[in-house]
Every structure is written in C-alpha cells, then in structure tokens.
Design a protein around this ligand. Structure first.
Ligand SMILES: Nc1nc2c(c(=O)[nH]1)N[C@H]1C(S)=C(S)[C@@H](COP(=O)(O)OP(=O)(O)OC[C@H]3O[C@@H](n4cnc5c(=O)[nH]c(N)nc54)[C@H](O)[C@@H]3O)O[C@H]1N2
Ligand SMILES: Nc1nc2c(c(=O)[nH]1)N[C@H]1C(S)=C(S)[C@@H](COP(=O)(O)OP(=O)(O)OC[C@H]3O[C@@H](n4cnc5c(=O)[nH]c(N)nc54)[C@H](O)[C@@H]3O)O[C@H]1N2
Ligand code: SF4
Ligand SMILES: [Mo]
Length: 694
C-alpha cells in the first residue's frame, strides 16, 4: 500500500485544529498541525498526538449494541447496523405518533459540524435541540448578547497583536487552543504582558508577569473595583465611550461604592496591586484582551463576572481594535456566499421548547437552550412528556452534577440512545449504543470558520474504520432513510458536500491543496464610521432592556460568597494539558502520562489535618466519600481544594481508567438545581467538601 498524507481536522477536543495525517500501509503513522496554517506551527497538542491510540483502542464500542438487562447493567446484544437503525427508527416513530414530535429530544457537544443533524431534528419536527453549553460557556454567551446583541463568537481574540492579556478563570496554557497559544507566545516575545487572576498558580500563572491569587467566588468584586478605578481616574477610551457605550452614567453611579480598598477585603488582592495593574492595562489599550472566560459555569454570579469583563474591554476600547476583541467576518461580509444549509430544507418547528427557553425564560437565547432544564422537564413531564432522547457525542452523566439524580430524571424515557466513539457513563446507561467512527476514520460535513479571514474547512477520512463503526453523516443518513426524510439521505459523502457547496463558487477539489478554502485575502478590522452593535441603540448597552423586562437586573450589586465552614473546602476544578474532559482518561498514550488526578490542598490546611504531600485522603460530602492522593502546595487559596475534572471512572470496560482518581461531579449534591438564573449555566463551584487522611 502507498503512503499518503491527508488534510483533516483534529477531534480530540472541540477546538478542532487543522491537521495533516500521515498514513503508511493503511495505518496512521503521524499527526501534525496543518502546515498551511501558520499559527499551528506544524504542531498539535499532546492530546492531538494521541489520536492514534484512540483508533487502535479495543476498549471502545465496536458494533451497534442493544440493551438486554436493566439500564446501566451492561448486558448488551451485538446488532448489525440495519437492525440498530430499524430498532431506533421504529421507537422514534412510535413516540412521535403517541406524544408528538417534540417528545423527541437531542443533545450534542456543540461545534461547527451541526447543520446536518440539526436539520434531521427539524425534519422530525422537534424544537428540542440542546447541547452541553449550560455546563460550559452559556454565561459568557448570554453576557455577550446582553451587552452587544451579538454572541461571544462575534469577536476573535487577536492575541498575535495584543499588548496586555488578562486571564481570569481561563488557563490558556493548559486548557489549550493551539493557534491561540502560539499567537499569544509570539506576542509575549514582542513584549505583550500577561496578567493572571486565579485561585491557584497554574501553568499560565507561571508564565505571567503579574499573578493575582484571588479568594474563590470573589471575582466580581475585583472587577467592579477595576471598573471603579478606570472611571474615577478617567483611564477609559474617550472616543470609544462616546461612540459606543450607552448608559455610561448609570455604570459610573453603580460602581462608585466598589473601591479598590473595599475589594481588597473581599478578594485578598491588595488595593495598590489592583491600581497598578489597572494603570498598566490602560497603557496598553486598545490592544488589550481581558478574556471573558470559557468554562464560566462556576458561580451563581458568573454571568455578572463575564459582563464586567466585557464592560472593561469596552472601556479599554478593545472591541474591534487590532490586538483586542477583533470583529470577525462571515462569508457574506467579505462578499462571498455561505454554505447552503441543510436546516433550510425544513421550517423551524413551531412547538414550545421543553426547557422553557424562549417562552418561560425569554431572556435566554433559543439556539441550544439549557440541557439541565430539559432533563428536569423529562422528570416532571412538564410542559409535556419527553420520551425519546438521543445523546450525540455527549456524556451528561459525567458532565452534569450528581449523576444518580440525573439517571432518575431519565427514568420516564422510553428510548435513550447514545451516539459515541468512546465508552461513557451515558453510553453505558443507554438502550442503544450507535458507535461513531473516531475522527481519523471518518469524514465530516464542510464547516465555516468565521474569522478575521473567514474560511470553509473539511475533515477527510484518513483511514478506514477498524471496527464496525460509522461516520456521523452515515448514522444520520441511516436514520433519515427510515424516518421518511429523503432529502437527508446520502449514499456518498461527495453528494453531501456538493449540496453544501452549491452556489458558493467553491468545489470539493479546492480543498485538496490545503484542507481549507480561505474566503478573504487579508484580515478585516473595525471601521469606526460604519459599525454598529445589534442592540436597540446600536451601542454596547450597560442596561439591557431584555434583561430588565424579564425581571433581571443589568447591574447587579455584589454579594459576598459563603465562606466554607470550619473543616470544609470549596471544591474547585479545571483542566490539564494531557486530557480532554472525561473522554481521554482511558486513552492508552495519555493514560500512561497521567493516570489519575490529585487533590490540591494548601500547606497550612493540610498541616492542620495531618496530611502530607502524596498521602491518600478521603474527600467527603453528605456521607459520600472517594479517595485521592493529596498534592500539598502553597500556590492554592486555602479556602479551596482543586482537582482536574474527568477522572473517577467506574466502567469495567475501561480497564485503564477504572477507579483512578476522583469524580468531582459526584460531590455536587443538589447541583442540578443550583444555576445562574441570569446567565443560565450550572454553578458547579457552589459546593463544599471535607478532607481527612485515609
Ligand atoms: N464537575 C464538572 N463538570 C463539568 C466540567 C468540569 O470541569 N467539572 N466541565 C464542563 C465542560 S467545560 C464541558 S465542555 C462539559 C463536557 O461534557 P461532555 O461534552 O459531555 O464531555 P466530553 O467528554 O467532551 O464528550 C462526551 C462524549 O462525546 C464524545 N466526543 C467528545 N468529543 C468528540 C468529538 O470531537 N467527536 C466525536 N465524534 N465524539 C466526541 C466522547 O465519546 C465523549 O464520551 O462538561 C462540563 N461538566
Ligand atoms: N487540554 C485541554 N484543553 C481544553 C479542554 C480539556 O479538557 N483539556 N477542554 C476545552 C473546554 S470544553 C473548555 S470549556 C476549555 C476550558 O478552558 P478554561 O476555562 O480556561 O479551563 P479550566 O481549567 O476549566 O479553568 C481555568 C482556571 O479557572 C480557575 N478557577 C477556578 N475557580 C476560580 C475562581 O473562582 N476564580 C478564578 N479567577 N479562577 C478560578 C482554575 O484554577 C483554572 O486554572 O478548555 C478547552 N480546552
Ligand atoms: S487543541 Fe489539541 S486536542 Fe484540541 S483540537 Fe487542537 S490539537 Fe486537537
Ligand atoms: Mo467546555
């Protein structure tokens, strides 16, 4: 067999870096960053390099499976694809006939490859598409919308040209996006400053010029004091304020009591340090990026923290600026035609969403709604019964709080289907597992990247599947065929791509050279004369009518977080460079490098408890206990303990990951009910645990 190289798209996390895959004798031998994308610098991150271990792993679902015993007991019958498709389609039809199309719901993991399966849902007639985002970035999205009328992805972080980057609950050097990291490192070599505000010194803090260790849950206090300082010392961008900020006086009045001295008492960060930092930030303006956060589903006021960050960016004039929050273009903005959409084949379903978004909760964006409220609707059969659920590349039992509670919410379902490439708690609990081919073994639909230079990109198949798995489009097509949706049935992926490219002037051959097609010659930056935001005033609005009309205040007074009781710690978490969420722990290459997580605990607190570095400790909440190794350190705030999320697997089919480390989501009693009412996301860090030596 010949040796070939294929342009593809990494699938080890949702960043989806462009890659080039070397194939020798039908096996993947090497994965590198796509050399035509300068910011990749030819590299991938450690997880990206471990894609080979994913495809050649025998511990993943290898054929369709249909449940035989009770849910979760792991008794499976192997099925052919025809049998599995028939089984699922028949049951979906029955549910639709008996309860109506809205009784079928679907959640996925977000990302750029959604148009085709979302069209499938429209074809079925259900409004209930949802994704993981109420466990991730919903607060960021809703805060962006509330201020500018546009979502969080309407701006790109122009790290390459930035002069001062601020990371607050954003650990860019471990929670990686390869191109962003490379661009930031280039900028830092040219003198860009890095400030990090975190509850512990992470890798980003180690690279920072300025690290501010903050008391967990007090970020809003810090940010309000920064706004106070900017306004009282007139450090804001006059021209930007005049053109683009609405209700400035209301903001000024609101922040007046929140002085740096006041904030010091809340956050533990000295007032003088805050002042110095604010001044330095203003000196770099408008080429500043205060990152609004990514995994911002942490506190009940996270939405307001995100809003305060966007407000600071606005005061710095960083919106639309080179080196700031640059406005991105869509194909239409650069005079090109966008991809033809599968979703346009069907009208938007008329029914109400089961999660209440759009009618009960009018201040939330409809798009993906809020999955935790969808799960609640399943339990209560309110506003109507939900009987069929497809979890598509999504593992809510690992990603949402209190899995046992979530299983109860799913008890009323007649059908639970998982479409997945790896085992997961959710797949294990399903009635049917439809195994998806991992990214190196499949094609994906063409996607658009809206950017300073927008582009189309595509994932091509590098090698054929080694097990009886199928690509996403083959799975949706197989179901569409049996559910009377002929427009969504494709025999060949080329036909599907040609549908998308129709009218764009681009052909699939145009992707051969570089793996992507760029739609503009050079980056486009804001033109002050003709840009307006999508708010009623066209400006960035400090007071949002949409929020206020729904009983939610735009400028919320600060409330001090609960202090942990004596002997308790706030449970905090984050990511590491070697794993993605819960789904890589069992990857042989990554497991070898990091088999378990450890519990970060402050030296003084550990000493009080008689715990030394490396000791095994019990972590307990409400009579539930798991054991984990302690990492005793000075660099974490004493009120918190910290773990990397995604460990503590209990499935015997994953022999490597089994019983390694601790599962943070099991220490969040009542957590499905604790969410940010203004921003919509779960508040994962409002939970406390005790720690003792084992
Ligand atoms: N306690 C706690 N809970 C959390 C978090 C936390 O830190 N702590 N983090 C939250 C965050 S930020 C998020 S985003 C969610 C994530 O929650 P999920 O999206 O549920 O988690 P993943 O493990 O990324 O993906 C779920 C499943 O989808 C499949 N999959 C993942 N990526 C791909 C892909 O690119 N292609 C294909 N075909 N399949 C894929 C895998 O088989 C995996 O089992 O969890 C959230 N929940
Ligand atoms: N390697 C790797 N990269 C990833 C992922 C992955 O799993 N692995 N997942 C991807 C996904 S889905 C997401 S959402 C992003 C997440 O990207 P990030 O949001 O940047 O990642 P996290 O590590 O969850 O959190 C960042 C930091 O928040 C800190 N933190 C916790 N509580 C507080 C607090 O109260 N205040 C402050 N100021 N800081 C706090 C943590 O200590 C941590 O260092 O990463 C993406 N990239
Ligand atoms: S950041 Fe790493 S794992 Fe994620 S897509 Fe890029 S190379 Fe793959
Ligand atoms: Mo996330």
């Amino acid at each position: 067999m010949e040796n070939v190289s294929v342009f593809s798209v990494c699938g080890m996390c949702t960043v989806r870096c462009p890659i080039r895959v070397k194939v020798e004798n039908g096996r993947v031998s090497f994965i590198e960053g796509n050399p035509h994308v300068p910011a990749m610098k030819g590299a991938v991150c450690p997880r990206g390099a471990a894609g080979t271990a994913l495809i050649y792993d025998s511990e993943r679902p290898q054929t369709p499976l249909i449940r035989e015993g009770n849910r979760g007991k792991g008794k499976w019958r192997k099925a052919s694809w025809d049998e599995a498709f028939d089984y699922v389609a028949e049951r979906l039809k029955k549910i639709k006939d008996k309860y109506g199309p809205e009784s079928i719901v679907f959640t996925d993991r977000g990302g750029p490859f959604r148009d085709y399966h979302r069209a499938f849902l429209r074809g079925l007639g259900t409004p209930n598409y949802s994704n993981h985002d109420s466990s991730c970035a919903r607060n960021v999205q809703h805060s962006a919308l509330s201020l500018t009328g546009k979502g969080r992805k309407a701006v790109a972080y122009d790290f390459k040209n930035c002069k001062h980057v601020v990371l607050q609950f954003r650990n860019i050097f471990e929670s990686v996006n390869v191109q962003e990291v490379n661009n930031l490192m280039d900028a830092m070599e040219k003198g860009c400053k890095l400030s990090v505000i975190d509850i512990r010194a992470n890798v980003s803090a180690a690279k920072a010029n300025n690290f501010m260790k903050i008391r967990p849950g007090t970020d809003y206090a810090f940010n309000l004091a920064v706004i106070n300082e900017i306004i009282s010392t007139r450090l804001y961008d006059e021209k930007f304020k005049g053109t683009y900020i609405e209700d400035f006086d209301a903001l000024k009045k609101f922040v007046a009591p929140y002085t740096p001295e006041w904030a010091e008492g809340e956050t533990g960060i000295p007032a003088q340090q805050l002042r110095k930092f604010t001044k330095e930030l203003a000196q770099a303006a408008p080429a500043v990026i205060w990152h609004p956060g990514w995994m911002a589903a942490r506190y009940t006021d996270s939405f307001y923290i995100c809003r305060s960050i966007y407000i600071i960016n606005a005061l710095m004039g960083s919106y639309g600026a080179k080196g700031g929050l640059a406005f991105i273009s869509k194909p239409g903005d650069v005079g090109r035609k966008g991809l033809k959409k599968f979703m346009d084949l069907y009208p938007k379903p008329k029914g109400k969403r089961a999660d209440g978004v759009g009618w009960k909760y009018k201040h939330f964006e409809e798009g993906p709604g809020l999955a935790h409220l969808l799960f609640k609707a399943m339990e209560k059969e309110d506003p109507y019964p939900v009987k069929g659920y497809i979890a598509y590349r999504h593992d809510p039992l690992m990603g949402y709080p209190e899995p046992e509670r979530l299983k109860q919410m799913w008890d009323n379902l007649d059908l639970l289907v998982s479409v997945t490439f790896s085992w997961s708690d959710t797949a294990w609990y399903s009635d049917v597992v439809l195994p998806m081919s991992p990214y190196l073994e499949k094609e994906s639909i063409i996607a658009t990247k809206n950017a300073l230079k927008p582009q189309f990109f595509v994932r091509k198949r590098s090698v054929d599947p080694c097990y009886d798995t199928k690509a996403d489009w083959e799975i949706v097509s197989g179901l569409a065929k049996r559910l009377d949706l002929p427009d969504l049935v494709f025999e060949k992926v080329e036909d599907l791509w040609n549908f998308q490219l129709d009218g764009t002037g681009v052909t699939i051959d145009d992707f051969d050279d570089k793996g992507m097609v760029t739609l503009a010659n050079k980056p486009v930056y804001l033109n002050f004369e003709d840009y307006s935001f999508k708010t009623p005033s066209g400006k960035i609005e400090m007071i949002s009518k949409k929020l206020e009309d729904n009983g939610i205040t735009s400028l919320k007074p600060y409330e001090s977080p609960v202090k942990p009781k004596e002997g308790e710690f706030r449970l905090t978490f984050g990511r590491c460079a070697l794993h993605t969420q819960g789904h890589t722990v069992n990857n042989a290459m990554l497991f070898e490098q990091m088999p378990e997580n450890v519990l970060w605990i402050h030296t003084d607190e550990a000493e009080k408890l008689g715990i030394s570095d490396g000791d095994i400790v019990h972590v307990t909440q409400n009579n539930y206990t798991e054991d984990i190794k302690a990492k005793v350190t000075d660099v974490i705030h004493p009120e918190a303990v910290f773990v990397i999320h995604g460990f503590g697997h209990t499935l015997e089919v994953e022999t490597r990951a089994l019983n390694k480390g601790l599962a943070d989501n099991k220490f969040m009693a009542g957590g499905m009910e604790i969410w940010d009412q203004a921003g919509g996301a779960i508040a994962y860090q409002e939970h406390f645990v005790t720690v003792s030596k084992a």
